[in-house]
Ligand binder design. Structure first.
Ligand code: FES
Length: 77
């Protein structure tokens, strides 16, 4: 299931103006980008013609979901 989700993310464009896929965004989030502005600087999301009107909501939801998933992870040990 996780593999299937990653495969879909690798081709699904979230920032349509810049052609940035969900996979690229999630990779940047996992690498430490924790805000929309950090993602904008790192991979250029939100810098297209629509000025993030189409993609910002989706990207911020992904950031929020990632932060939530970190909180619910079971500590090792
Ligand atoms: S869809 Fe991301 S800047 Fe337009």
């Amino acid at each position: 299931m996780e593999t299937q989700k990653r495969l879909i993310d690798s081709i699904k464009k979230v920032c349509i103006c810049r052609g940035v896929t969900a996979g690229t965004i999630m990779e940047a989030i996992r690498s430490g980008c924790s805000t929309f502005e950090a993602l904008r600087r790192a991979i250029g999301v939100g810098t297209g013609n629509c000025k993030a009107r189409r993609c910002r909501h989706n990207i911020e939801k992904r950031l929020k979901d990632h932060k939530e998933s970190l909180k619910t992870e079971t500590p090792v040990g």
